[in-house]
Design a protein around this ligand. Structure first.
Ligand code: ADP
Ligand code: 5GP
Length: 188
């Protein structure tokens, strides 16, 4: 079985950035490509950043049982296809799922051995600044994401592993240590 690592935390906290830097250090770490009904952002590519699907296609896949987990977030559907997990089924393989809270809870139930890491911001205000600074979302979308973020931050006690993404390099160091520990079997 591959090592499944769930990375969760509010939108804009830096999950994508931390995972990208982790993969530069550990090229064997695979990232599961999620399916979503949201529209691609400028520069995002289908099959690379996401499997971009229509709402009907997404619902059909739910009905087929094709998802290991799925959730509605800010009015759109997101989910991890079982086929993404099956591609990395080898012993010693590491696959990272970058997913929101409801999906992380589903994986906690279905795959209790998976390492779950919550990435937290140094403060709520920093989170807002990062979402604004990223420049990918409208003011309305940012407000929606911040409203969801309040709930998500309230759930961080559910996670035994919490990394505060203040200095980026420190956050990547902390995640790398956790992943190495998981590979050695040192983390439950
Ligand atoms: P997420 O994937 O959690 O939505 P991103 O990785 O897209 O978040 O990061 C959101 C924004 O914050 C990006 O513009 C990114 O460059 C920036 N960022 C990420 N980590 C840090 C950090 N430690 N310090 C300052 N800015 C950061
Ligand atoms: P974004 O629209 O910014 O790419 O993602 C919005 C939120 O959806 C983020 O918190 C991201 O982690 C989450 N997300 C991305 N893919 C999945 C997935 O496959 N399942 C779930 N549950 N959440 C996902």
């Amino acid at each position: 079985m591959a090592h499944v690592i769930v990375i969760t935390g509010p939108s804009g906290v830096g999950k994508g950035t931390v995972i990208r830097l982790l993969r530069e250090r550990m090229p064997s770490v695979r990232l599961s490509i999620s399916a979503t009904t949201r529209a691609p952002r400028p520069g995002e590519q289908d099959q690379v950043d996401y499997h971009f699907l229509g709402a009907e296609q997404f619902d059909a896949l739910i009905a087929e049982g094709a998802f290991a987990e799925h959730a509605r977030y800010a009015g759109q559907q997101y989910g991890t296809l079982r086929s993404e997990l099956e591609e990395s089924a080898g012993e010693g393989d590491v696959i990272v799922l970058e997913i929101e809270l409801q999906g992380a809870r589903q994986i906690r139930e279905s795959m209790p051995a998976a390492l779950q890491v919550f990435i937290a911001p140094p403060s709520f205000e920093t989170l807002r600044e990062r979402l604004v600074g990223r420049g990918t979302d409208s003011a309305q979308t940012i407000d929606e994401r911040l409203a969801v973020a309040r709930e998500e931050l309230g759930a961080q006690d559910e996670f035994s592993e919490v990394i505060v993404n203040d200095r980026l390099g420190d956050a990547v160091d902390a995640l790398e240590l956790l992943v190495q520990g998981q590979l050695r079997g040192a983390v439950d």
